[in-house]
Design a protein around this ligand. Structure first.
Ligand SMILES: [Zn+2]
Length: 237
């Protein structure tokens, strides 16, 4: 067990500043896409000093610099996972009235890129478990920090392929306006590409107009969407 880390560990605001201070932007635009390694290394250090066993799990290819962290306190089957992603969306600094990479307090609110969605979740976890670190754990407490949620979801994919971590339940710290949300719609993305064939303005029938064909595809998709809307309804959403 850790030796009373409670007294020497930094307070919540310091920990928030620490994670906001480490940019970890995910973008489909390779020019601004970043590694999340600095955040993962920081979290691994902090959780290790709280007595957790920390395991770094790189995404493929390792050169992408995208890494996941599984930090475990206690052992055995079952357990509770506290999960979150360590990347943020890109930022247009000109549209911000404060520095997005520093924590700013204003009118009783905290500003910074990722304070709410969702690097700030990890400092909150650290704060919440401070009084629990000396407890005897019947099942493990597991912190899962993933990469690339805002774009490729490569972090979650890597973890899912490994089938880890195994636990009885999980809490995901995404912002929900402090309302508990116990289900998720999920998401599926796909693309349709049509290749036309050029004809001649004197005789368009010599070619194949991709726009005409796509018009039919879109019409079918709209109909499909409406059917799905009718068939799947949940009062939870
Ligand atoms: Zn999020």
């Amino acid at each position: 067990m850790p030796t009373s880390p409670t007294n020497k560990s930094p307070d919540l605001l310091t920990q928030l500043e620490n994670v906001i201070n480490l940019p970890s932007i995910s973008s489909t635009n390779a020019a601004i896409d970043m590694s999340n390694k600095a955040v993962i290394d920081h979290l691994a250090n902090e959780f290790e000093s709280m007595g957790f066993d920390c395991e770094l799990i790189p995404c493929e290819p390792p050169s992408s610099g995208k890494i996941n962290l599984i930090a475990t306190l206690g052992s055995g089957p079952g357990g509770l996972v506290l999960a979150g992603h360590t990347d943020t969306v890109p930022v247009d600094e000109h549209l911000w009235s404060v520095d997005p990479f520093h924590l700013t307090q204003r009118d009783g609110k905290l500003y910074g890129l990722g304070v709410t969605d969702m690097k700030g979740f990890f400092p909150i976890v650290m704060e919440a478990i401070k009084p629990l670190l000396e407890a005897e754990y019947k099942e493990p407490l597991i912190i899962l920090a993933t990469a690339d949620e805002e774009t490729s979801m490569q972090g979650a994919r890597t973890i899912a392929e490994l089938g880890r971590p195994r636990a009885r339940s999980a809490i995901i710290g995404e912002p929900t306006g402090l309302k508990p949300v116990r289900t998720h719609k999920g998401i599926m993305m796909d693309s349709i590409r049509l290749l036309g064939k050029s004809g001649h303005s004197s005789d368009p029938s010599l070619g194949n107009n991709a726009l005409d064909a796509m018009h039919a595809v879109i019409a079918d998709l709209i109909q499909f969407r409406n059917e799905m809307k009718q068939r799947y309804q949940s009062a939870l959403f």
